[in-house]
Design a binder for this molecule. Structure first.
Ligand code: SF4
Length: 94
């Protein structure tokens, strides 16, 4: 490696490091919390709970993340009701 290539290599390392450090920011900014796209009918979504299981207790629930503070889901498309339920229900871990 010649000394002429050191600044370019150093720059590449810095750019790579900057890109890596931005990944958690992307996750926190909504990429990891993006609403789903699956049609509600595919997972038999209903606006009422199924026993004790309901969206607000689901791992995929995105409280108030939609337009105007509506509730979303990481799996299905569109606004959902906190008391809703679908076949993809997965209880939140305590
Ligand atoms: S129960 Fe279904 S619709 Fe409700 S948050 Fe969980 S995955 Fe989404």
């Amino acid at each position: 490696m010649s000394q002429d290539s050191l600044p370019t290599t150093r720059r590449a390392i810095l750019i790579g490091a900057a890109a890596l450090t931005s990944l958690p920011l992307l996750a926190a900014s909504g990429v990891a919390n993006a609403a789903g796209t699956m049609p509600k009918t595919n997972v038999k979504y209903q606006a009422t709970p199924k026993g004790a299981a309901q969206c607000s207790k689901c791992n995929y629930f995105l409280a108030g993340k939609g337009p105007g503070g509506t509730n979303l889901c990481k799996i299905i498309a569109g606004p959902i009701d906190p008391t809703g339920w679908c076949t993809m229900f997965a209880p939140k871990h305590a």
